[in-house]
Design a protein around this ligand. Structure first.
Ligand code: AMP
Length: 251
């Protein structure tokens, strides 16, 4: 497995590739959700590259950029075992050179709602880093998890609006047996809290309507930021024991 740390190394590797390329962007601290994207991409592409980059521009000033879980050694081991061809692991300076402050604005109608309402600037950061990665890697297929459903929609819209030649592939959410959606941020919860956090998903599944779900979640100790029906799904963001969790299900 090739480990590429600079744009120059990446471009050289890219030039040598003759077939279609699958791409899975991640922020590392990999779990089975990420590996499910990798598996889909391995099935559908001759060559697969994964990026690991904790993107500073998608974090708000009071968010967890500094403390975001990082475990490069373990991540590389997992990707190698999975059969990934190359990993792009750039530094912050490599992706955001001094003075290079061009940004991609997300489609407004998708940015004013849900996550975008509570995390202003988040999708601007996401679009910008994904655009930069697409420009360097020029993948034929790129894989995104439905766990971050609004993010997939924002990326699909960016690709459509900016005429980017890449197929966006949606991958279903991977969950623990009890229903909790896997997330790197689950590492912030201790064992017993992680068990309790399953009620987020279970409430989405069983509540008869949104109002009942909100009341139920409050009783269970969740501080709900939003809980809304959107594009055939129930989408939720809630704090549990101080940790911000998001989820969505088709309903
Ligand atoms: P992240 O490292 O959190 O930026 O996530 C990288 C990619 O993995 C994104 O496309 C996420 O939607 C996807 N992902 C994260 N968690 C899951 C999950 N539990 N199931 C499926 N995809 C996921």
């Amino acid at each position: 497995m090739k480990i590429l740390k600079t744009k120059a190394q990446l471009l050289k590797w890219r030039k040598a590739q003759k077939k279609g390329i699958g791409f899975v962007p991640t922020m590392g601290a990999l779990h089975s959700g990420h590996l499910s994207l990798v598996e889909s991409a391995l099935r559908q592409n001759e060559t697969l590259i994964v990026s690991i980059f904790v993107n500073p521009t998608q974090f708000g000033p009071k968010e967890d950029y500094k403390n975001y879980p990082r475990d490069e050694k373990r991540d590389l081991k997992l990707l190698k075992q999975a059969g990934v061809d190359a990993v792009f692991l750039p530094s912050r300076e490599e992706m955001y050179e001094a003075g290079a402050d061009t940004f991609i604005e997300p489609r407004k109608s998708l940015d004013k709602i849900l996550e975008g309402r509570f995390r202003p600037g988040h999708f601007r950061g996401v679009c910008t880093i994904v655009f930069k990665l697409f420009a360097l890697i020029r993948p034929t297929h790129a894989y995104f998890g439905e766990k971050d459903f609004q993010q997939v929609r924002v990326i699909e819209a960016m690709v459509e609006d900016l005429f980017i030649d890449v197929r966006i592939v949606r991958v279903p959410t991977v969950r623990e047996k009890n229903g909790l959606a896997l997330s790197s941020r689950n590492a912030y919860l201790n064992r017993s809290d992680r068990l309790e956090a399953r009620h987020l998903y279970q409430t989405l599944m069983t509540a008869s309507n949104l109002k009942a779900a909100a009341i139920c979640l409050k009783k269970l100790g969740f501080k709900v930021q939003y809980l809304e029906a959107w594009q055939g799904r129930w989408c939720v963001a809630a704090f549990f024991k101080g940790v911000r969790l998001i989820d969505n299900i088709e309903r």
